[in-house]
Design a protein around this ligand. Structure first.
Ligand SMILES: Nc1ncnc2c1ncn2[C@@H]1O[C@H](COP(=O)(O)OP(=O)(O)O)[C@@H](O)[C@H]1O
Ligand SMILES: [Mg+2]
Length: 305
């Protein structure tokens, strides 16, 4: 296997107050993936991202970015990673362009103006390039944070809730830009509360809850595993025995069946036909990530870990 863009190996984090925010999280992200890290507030996403960025130290376990351990090869790891933090933090005395130049200097990159101009342009910040960052709207500030994360052209980019508080239009153009850099080969790791966003953007998704992974799979598999079929049979017809294992709910002639994947739909139809059972109405319920997410992260659900 190639060197993963991100390797998280048994990450444990106990804060100074004794609270454990990560209970041994492990996963890897392959180069070029668009990867979603989802979980309710307090799941430990930002804690994990801080450890990736080398801003806080794990209590145990290991993180490597592009094969570089964030502690034993901190500089190489930092050069490989661009983080767009959840909190908007700026030096209030810089214009947008100055902030990006300063950030380049921090990474030891001297002549970077061409690239800085390009990212300013791509992020729709041309008009604001010489505006002091403190005078920008929240959405524009968020764009500057994205630009800052890109000044050193990192192969791996982490966005921690980048669209929180950003209006719809800005969100769309931000995603177009992020998708474009993903197509250029950058690995993208995204945390978001907007699940439909994760659903349309991410190839693969990790879901966290209380500092543990509760799901790790391709977006397609996560969604497929949840398909449901609503079935209404004509009077006097009953669901065949062979389909009882799929049965979620039953109410008179109405049945709700759970399908492990779409191929099971064919199986269900065959079973009905085989028994000569007439369908009055049938509806395949599209599940979205929100259903999966709620099921896996609700407090009723047991942790899969
Ligand atoms: N510095 C800290 N000291 C103690 N507990 C913290 C600290 N930072 C975060 N936490 C706790 O760790 C848990 C995970 O927080 P966080 O990583 O911010 O979650 P998320 O980003 O998924 O919302 C939360 O319960 C939070 O209150
Ligand atoms: Mg967070």
């Amino acid at each position: 296997m190639s060197t993963p863009a991100l390797l998280i190996d048994q990450a444990v984090k106990t804060y100074a107050n004794g609270f454990t925010a990560l209970h041994g999280v492990s996963f890897r992200v392959e180069p070029g993936e668009f990867f979603g890290l989802l979980g309710p507030n307090g799941a430990g996403k930002t804690t994990l991202i801080s450890a990736m960025a080398g801003l806080s130290r794990l209590s145990s376990g290991r993180i490597a970015v592009n094969g570089h351990d964030v502690h034993t090869a901190a500089h190489a790891a930092r050069m490989s990673l661009g983080v767009v933090p959840q909190e908007l933090v700026f030096d209030p005395f810089f214009s947008v362009r100055e902030a990006l130049r300063f950030q380049s200097g921090y990474f030891g990159i001297r002549r970077n103006d061409d690239w800085i101009d390009e990212i300013i342009h791509k992020l729709g910040l041309d008009d604001k390039a010489d505006t002091n960052t403190r005078n920008l709207s929240g959405g524009m500030k968020r764009r500057v944070m994205v630009a800052q994360a890109l000044v050193h052209r990192p192969p791996v980019i982490v966005l921690d809730e980048p669209t929180a508080g950003v209006d719809v239009e800005l969100r769309q153009s931000l995603w177009q830009f992020i998708e474009e850099i993903n197509r250029q080969g950058h690995t993208i790791i995204l945390t978001t509360h907007y699940l439909e966003e994760a659903q349309s953007l991410c190839d693969r998704i990790a879901m966290m809850k209380h500092g543990r992974l509760v799901a790790l799979d391709s977006t397609a598999n996560l969604l497929q595993a949840e398909s449901q079929l609503r079935l209404e049979l004509v009077l006097d017809n009953r669901l065949p025995e062979s389909l009882h294992r799929c049965l979620l709910e039953e109410d008179g002639h109405h049945y709700l069946l759970r399908l492990a994947d779409y191929s099971e739909l064919a199986f269900v139809l065959q079973a009905l036909q085989f028994d000569g059972i007439a369908i009055k109405r049938m509806q395949l319920l599209e599940t979205d990530l929100e259903d999966v997410f709620l099921r896996l992260t609700s407090d009723k659900a047991g942790a899969a870990a």
